[in-house]
Design a protein around this ligand. Structure first.
Ligand code: 2PG
Ligand code: MG
Length: 393
């Protein structure tokens, strides 16, 4: 396939920050993609190219210039070939030259373009490309935001309700539970990911509220993303103004798991504290999922390393942590090679692009994090999952 038109521009994400949107065309086919942006980023993530003024002008210029130029002489046999060219063209391990944001916008648009030409839905193209069995992911609904997504009003970054079952069964439960929680909280602000952002003076209160919902709604359970790198300074984790050692934090997790039957804990410790991850996984890994995010950054080599050291038993997959769809698929393959489950995830700064819904379904993800129900960019992902369910039936 000859890609005869390449065009990028800067658009705004849900935080009003600039991000990259790219359109590719091949004859009568045309596909557009835009990329999200994280706030609690892992330090080993691929590099999001952002200029000193906060814009993505350089990343956009790289797509319109160097990448468009390189595509001119190419006849691509697959989306993988497009990604291989992007990776080679950038030439750095962390995509710092052209920018992972520039590369991923092109990579997703190319994935869409090839799916169009092959006349198959995007999720099916992803399943075929990675050799995955496509299935509906559990919804990890972001009910309450804390951490850097809500000015640390709550210590942990995400308080989630995990809902079993296919999207058409799970989403109505999510909607009802989200509305009920809203009534109980009264007038509170909202966090970056479209969940509520209340303030409480005890660590347990958000769990008690979610436990009430779990009692009311069958097939639901509680999960958190501690995003603990953001809580860690001067050798301690700071929760509601109190310092916790890694052992004390471990004891707290254990108590929360016993009292509230937590389903999963993501990033329980700082990304450099691998031994603490291993100890917690030895302690709780039989009962719950310990998910690596900042620790593993969708990087196949880091996933393998974390598995060898038994640091985790599940992996969060975010395509923009690695920079191409091809490598995100390889990260999923590395996850499955360890017999771990994958949870696909949006970012805290999102656009209306629904790629992550197709990706989650296509890889047969155990779950998907796509945010709370109070932002259209998050709802778009859930709506797309409903559409996929229809396409797949
Ligand atoms: C996370 C993500 C998404 P961010 O930590 O899992 O929920 O947040 O995009 O800010 O890294
Ligand atoms: Mg996380």
């Amino acid at each position: 396939m000859r890609i005869d038109f390449v065009s990028a521009r800067s658009i705004l994400d849900t935080r009003g920050r600039a991000t990259v949107e790219t359109t590719l065309s091949a004859g009568m086919f045309s596909a557009t993609a835009s990329v999200p942006s994280g706030k609690s980023t892992g330090s080993h993530e691929a590099c999001e190219l952002r200029d000193a003024d906060g814009s993505v002008a350089s990343a956009v210029a790289n797509v319109n210039g160097e990448i468009a130029q390189a595509f001119r002489d190419c006849d691509f046999a697959s989306a993988d070939e497009v990604d291989a060219l992007l990776i080679a063209l950038d030439g750095t391990p962390e995509k710092s030259r052209l920018g992972a944001n520039a590369l991923l916008a092109v990579s997703i648009a190319a994935t869409r373009l090839f799916a169009q030409v092959e006349e198959i839905p995007l999720w099916r193209a992803i399943a075929a490309r990675g050799g995955f069995t496509a299935t509906a992911p559990r919804l990890y609904i972001n009910m309450m935001n804390g951490g850097v997504h809500a000015g640390f009003k709550l210590p942990f970054q995400e308080y989630l309700l995990v809902i079993e079952g296919k999207t058409s069964d799970a989403l109505p439960i999510a909607r009802e539970a989200f509305a009920k929680l809203g009534e109980r909280l009264g007038s509170v602000s909202m966090g970056d990911e479209g969940g509520y952002a209340p303030t409480f003076d005890t660590l347990e209160k958000p769990f008690e509220l979610l436990a009430g919902l779990v009692q009311e709604f069958p097939h639901t359970s509680i999960a958190i993303d501690a995003a603990a790198s953001e809580l860690y300074r001067d050798g301690a984790y700071h929760l509601l103004g109190k310092p916790y050692s890694a052992e004390e934090l471990s004891a707290l997790y254990r108590e929360l798991v016993e009292r509230f039957s937590l389903y999963s804990i993501e990033d329980p410790f700082d990304e450099e504290s691998a031994d603490d991850f291993s100890r917690l996984t030895a302690l709780l890994g039989e009962k719950i999922l310990i998910i690596g995010d900042d620790l593993t950054v969708t990087n196949p080599a880091r996933i393998k390393e974390a598995a060898e050291r038994k640091e985790i038993n599940a992996v969060l997959i975010k395509p923009n942590q690695i920079g191409t769809v091809r490598e995100a698929i390889q990260a999923v393959q590395a996850t499955y090679a360890e017999d771990f489950v994958a949870v696909a995830s949006h970012r805290s700064g999102e656009t209306d692009d629904t790629f992550i819904a197709d990706f989650a379904y296509g890889i047969g993800a155990h779950g998907i994090k796509a945010g709370g129900l109070a932002q259209p960019e998050r709802l778009a992902k859930y709506e797309r999952l409903l559409e996929i369910e229809h396409e797949a039936s």
